[in-house]
Design a protein around this ligand. Structure first.
Ligand code: FAD
Length: 385
């Protein structure tokens, strides 16, 4: 086995959005950092591929995310300036649901509490503003004007490119196959051995398979998410200039869905179910998935009558859910120089700039900028580790 002489400050394993942001933050602040990725980049096997994600400032009753979002917006803006490319389109984020729904009242109260600009309106106003949508009379709408669309593939590339510009070393096509804890941590890959003072594991869905090898049976469940693009019958109603991103609870079949305006592919609107079958990430497409498409077709026929009944394009992505859908941002209970970022539960992209900052802080022994008590590994266990 090859032994590299260099001892890095930090090795980050996993170059999805969370690992790439962590590596960027570390290199930017002068830490000698290696970023390892198992697949040749770019790839579409994990959770961070694709051209668009939703962002918004209000996070319902989970104030700890709302507080982080303020800095996430500022950091995305900074990255935008560094790379000279537009990474965020401020088209708004519309929250849709039955008037009595808990999540709707929590969103409204969060927007008010934090003074985030928003509009609240009923079905009659919706029919004027967004005539291509169809809802029952008891539905209500809240537009978070600060929200919009993140150009996710460009953000991922920007983090990786800037990381290398700041002196970071990026090795793709090099899976970690083992990890040896210690004052100096050794990471064994298919190509050799790398050493560092600390390691950050941002393995996405593969965390569920690797963490038990470090004695951590964190309840992480990878889900297959079916990404559907629906063609407009007449065009023009869902352009990014006149239509926001949206999330909706209580869609036909009582599902939670979300959508983004026609932006990635001309005339195609991205609308997806916020759920899917459990999977092993190494056998992502080997599951029965028809019920997801059936549920989506019913939702489109009921609420989006101006879209074709069948999706034109279907792609796949993976969520890694925790039982409470909050992230894991913590150090290993025994080896404090092994840091874990996992379980981003289908909402981790918008927070990635801040996640990268705090994982970097944990890896370099600094006090985290945020209270991380909601993100502890211990919360899953009655007997504390
Ligand atoms: C369809 C879809 C829509 C979404 N929409 C939104 C949204 O609108 N807003 C939002 O905020 N979030 C959204 N999310 C969630 C967000 O995209 C994820 O939370 C985020 O991408 C998670 O990133 P990650 O870095 O943890 O995982 P990943 O992107 O999977 O990265 C993990 C990386 O680790 C690598 N790896 C694993 N094991 C090893 C190893 N042994 N050696 C080396 N490398 C390894 C993997 O190959 C992978 O590249 C969405 C997710 C999906 C799937």
């Amino acid at each position: 086995m090859e032994h590299a002489d260099e001892v890095y400050d930090v090795i980050v394993v996993g170059a999805g959005i969370e690992g790439s942001s962590t590596a960027y933050n570390l290199a930017k602040f002068g830490k000698r950092t290696l970023l390892l990725e198992q697949f040749p980049l770019p790839h579409s096997r994990g959770s961070s591929h694709g051209q668009s994600r939703i962002t918004r400032k209000a996070y319902g009753s989970r104030d700890f995310y709302t507080q982080m979002m303020a800095e996430a917006f500022a950091m995305t803006d900074e990255l935008q300036k560094e790379c000279g490319e537009q990474l965020f389109i401020n088209c708004g984020c519309l929250v849709i649901g039955p008037r009595t729904a808990d999540f709707l009242s929590k969103t409204k109260s969060c927007l008010k509490r934090y003074g985030i600009p928003h509009d609240q309106f009923d079905i009659y106003e919706q029919r004027k503003r967004f005539p291509a949508l169809s809802f029952r009379d008891d539905f209500e709408f809240v537009l978070d004007k600060s929200g919009g669309l993140l150009r996710s593939d460009k953000i991922l590339q920007a983090f990786q490119r800037q990381f290398v510009r700041y002196g970071g070393v990026l090795c793709d096509g090099e899976p970690m196959i083992d990890l040896y804890p210690g004052t100096i941590v050794s990471v064994k890959t298919t190509k050799g051995l790398h050493r560092a003072r600390s390691v950050v594991l941002t393995l996405g869905p593969w965390a569920a398979k690797f963490l038990p090898r470090l004695g951590l049976n964190v309840p992480l469940q990878p889900l297959k998410i079916t990404v559907c693009y629906w063609k407009e019958k007449h065009g023009g109603n869902f352009n990014i200039e006149n239509f926001p991103t949206f999330t909706m609870n209580g869609a036909a079949g009582k599902h939670h869905i979300y959508g983004l305006p026609a932006c990635e592919y001309p005339g195609l609107v991205k609308i997806c179910l916020h759920h899917g079958p459990n999977i092993d990430p190494d056998n992502r497409d080997g599951v029965e998935n028809d019920w997801v498409l059936d549920a989506m077709k019913l939702i489109i026929a009921t609420h989006f009558p101006s879209l074709e009944k069948e999706p034109s394009i279907v792609e796949t992505c993976i969520y890694t859910n925790t039982p409470d859908e909050d992230f894991v941002l913590d150090v290993h209970p025994t080896w404090k120089n092994i840091v874990i970022g996992a379980g981003f539960s289908g909402h981790g992209f918008k927070l990635a700039p801040v996640v990268g900052k705090v994982l970097g802080e944990l890896a370099t022994g600094q006090k985290p900028s945020y209270d991380l008590s909601h993100f502890k590994i211990n919360r899953f266990f009655k007997t504390k580790l």
